[in-house]
Design a protein around this ligand. Sequence first.
Ligand code: CA
Length: 726
Amino acid sequence: MMSTRILISSLVLVAAFACGDGSEQKPAPEAAAPAAEAAAPEAAAPAANGAPAAGRIDAARVAQADGAEVGSWLVHGRTPSEQRFSPLTSIDKSNVKNLGLAWTFDLGSRRGVEATPIVVDGVMYLTASWSVVFALDAATGKELWRYDPKVPGEWGKNACCDVVNRGVAVWDGSVFVGTLDGRLVSLDAATGKVNWEVNTIDRTKSYTITAAPRVVKGKVIIGNGGAELGVRGYITAYDPKDGKQLWRFFTVPGDPSLPFEHPEMEAAAKTWSGGEWWKVGGGGTAWDSIAYDPELDLMYVGTGNGSPWTRSVRSPGGGDNLYLSSILAIKPDTGKLEWHYQTTPGDNWDYTATQHIVLAELEIGGAKRKVLMQAPKNGFFYVIDRATGELISAEPYVAMTWASGIDKATGRPIETDKALYGDSARMMFPGPLGGHNWHPMSFSPQTGLVYLPAHDTPFWLAKEKEFVIRPGFWNLALDMDTVVERTEAEAPPAKGMLVAWDPVAQKSVWRIEHNGYWNGGVLSTAGGLVFQGQGNGLFRAYDDKTGEILWEVQSQTGIIAPPITYAIDGVQYLAVATGWGGGSIAGGLDETTAIAKHHNEGRVLVWKLGGTGQMPANQPQNRTIPPPPVLEASAEEIALGKSTYSQYCLWCHGFSAASSFLVPDLRMMSAERHQAFEDIVLRGALKGTGMPGFEGTLTAAEVAAVRAYVVGEAQKAYEKQQAPKN
Ligand code: CA
């Protein structure tokens, strides 16, 4: 089935581990007032027709992103090419050390914040956790309006990777947000009032939306997530005027007894064999990246891992399992597939290809090529001809055990004997968090380099001996007892880094190692600067050519979101949202970091040259383990508790019951919580906050065993804490 276009497949999965929270963390109804120096609020000029100008983005304005609109940040990746490079030059290598806070704004949330703000006509639009939308004066931080979609707390358990949201799209006076519980909402950009709202999912399934919608050729495009729990992926185009569905593209085939929804599904179905993947959903969710080339009129969408992960369970007869872990080139008017490239055929490892897709022109072999670049979870950096899908080059950007390279003729990875886990476990490099996750990279046309937030996150995988579907919960087809035991005991420490990657030579030019592996997205500018926040709260500017640190500030809150820059009245601003979380909610916290001593405050930080604002003081968070209760339990009961915990609790509450403090650390439970444990875990006493009830899934004996295991872990941690320190 090869045509003149080169068709390749792959699957990549982005695992993030998301959760409801069981504590405070829904945003407080009132946000704190902005701090710092107030400039005069910028009144938006009226549009030509006299209507308020708020959010009047159209294709003509987007086309002026490097011209008249250079001070705006109109679309998610600044331009539809998603380079996240700003031509602004007021802040440069010589003066970046003079940056000071212009203003800050508290988002009122303590969960992960992944948003890229949109800035247009002096207004900043962004989202916090739980899909809450804010409109702020971009010069002063004054709140203009907020919109809370009131996502039910219990929906949090459907999120693999925290109750995050990556931002809004703004178009023709409307603001579009996808909510965690699968709704697409249109808001009036001037007031925040709801224009319309549509449901995009089967509400009996564990779907989520965390991506920012994109407007492509006047259509609102949105996908979804949920492939860890078990769903079937698709993306949908809606009419921005009224929310009418225009087309839907499924990414994997459904129930074979039903007709194919579109011709691409007939082709895809031939690559699935045996098994009953449709009962678990199949996966392939398009939960993040979308880029658009208006000249080729092609929209590029990345798809995710299989449901379940283990391919010998999902498709025991083999096959590539299209269109898992693929880059899809789709016509935005019709939803028709033009070409696809599967980065991980027959994905088996959560190697999603949903990672950020960047479009650029590169000179390769003496010729200018229109390329697409992606660093999916599988650890290879791909340069692909974006007109045809032809592979130009692919080389590893992180440590790798599963493949020895990419076959240049077929575009397929060459799997090693370390790739296939079965009854015997394998340690995977990259692990399911990937060599790169959702955190956006940036391409500077000035240096020709891609600045890539990468990590080495080794992880053990082992196949579940007898897969049983757990409706509404995680369905990976992994033997979690073995996964947890070997990962805890044998996986080397994970590492995070910022890599400056030459996409033509396919090699790193410089590489900075961070403390902690889970860090922020990246911005590069024509001022010769690269900006990135870190999980440990540091926010830094680097020299784009050398990686030299030119400026840094401690935000006190872990940063995972990507920074942006914009200009108002000739003043260049630099902005980033804080709030650690996302895929690493189950672990990865560096105990030496600021976030380990303070609450995880979701906040917008905005700097300018000579700014004199003060960083707000975060509230300290008590992380002292209290004396655990005395509890008699047999070794068998504790083993049952650990096994049950690993299957149902670990992805939110962490390895060894040690959480990242975004959700309650179970080793710190009060006597009252211990007393109410069965009510909470079995009957859902805290479900409004995000902690689901497990009645019908777990027995009272299993819940008691989980508590016995947690108390045992608390005892160990308490003894370690109380031991005399040298
Ligand atoms: Ca995944």
